[in-house]
Design a protein around this ligand. Structure first.
Ligand SMILES: O=C(O)CCC(=O)C(=O)O
Ligand SMILES: [Fe+2]
Length: 231
């Protein structure tokens, strides 16, 4: 299943094939679209999802504590049971012109946090800081990369930043990665939490509404969706 929306003729496409599935909550899964082979796929994805839920809880609590906030303040807004987890399997085939195309164009994730399992052997992910791209190393096989998404930037009133990143291609080797986007329960109002707004640190973001559809519109035009909620 693919969610690329072609919104205009001049839209720049990513050099990638993707499989994109909701993995939680269970009643939102569309199992009829999941691969049937290898047979172990569903079982492994189920187990992976269950384990990632534990990581999300630990990480969101730790992030709150690190700001001296009540430890459940991000987790409560995230919503645990009804939070949306979407798994994206990214396949980046070798590209004959890596100088002219990207596996994934610059973007920041629209999640609360994203958990990425990178290819064990082929690098490609890069993060932007001060106008410079920094490569993410892959020395640690099976390491999970945890990336802050737009929802945590808003909830933390900008203390945690949702960084811009991209994936570069290469002409020799294919690359795969699995990104699981952990996004708050769509019924929850997401805005800066109590304790991050003060006289010295004014509120920087509005309430996030209908962010998913805004996200796609902005993203495909090469703009940062989070701009739509900045005050
Ligand atoms: O391929 C990667 O390492 C990261 C992919 C990514 O940024 C994404 O799917 O949003
Ligand atoms: Fe990403």
């Amino acid at each position: 299943m693919e969610t690329i929306l072609i919104l205009s003729e001049d839209q720049i496409l990513d050099w990638t094939d993707r499989l994109y599935h909701i993995v939680s909550p269970e009643d939102k899964r569309q199992l009829q679209l999941w691969p049937e082979k290898p047979e172990i796929f569903r079982e492994i994805l189920q187990e992976y999802t269950t384990k990632l839920k534990v990581i999300v809880e630990v990480v969101l609590k730790a992030m709150a504590r690190s700001l001296n906030l009540e430890e459940n303040c991000f987790l409560d807004k995230y919503g645990e049971e009804r939070a949306l987890m979407m798994a994206r399997f990214n396949f980046f085939p070798p590209c004959p012109r890596p100088d002219r195309s990207l596996g994934q164009k610059p973007h920041a994730d629209g999640s609360a946090i994203t958990i990425v399992l990178q290819d064990k052997e082929v690098e490609g992910l890069q993060f932007l800081n001060d106008d410079q791209w920094f490569r993410v190393p892959i020395q640690l096989p099976h390491a999970l990369l945890i990336n802050v998404g737009d929802h945590i930037e808003v909830m933390s009133n900008g203390v945690f930043k949702s960084p811009v990143h991209r994936v570069v291609t290469n002409s020799e080797r294919e690359r795969t990665s699995v990104a699981v986007f952990c996004t708050p329960d769509p019924d929850n109002d997401i805005e800066p939490v109590d304790g991050v707004v003060s006289e010295t640190r004014p509120r920087l973001y509005k309430k996030m509404q209908d962010y998913q559809s805004k996200y796609l519109q902005y993203y495909q035009k090469g703009r940062r969706p989070i701009e739509s909620v900045k005050i």
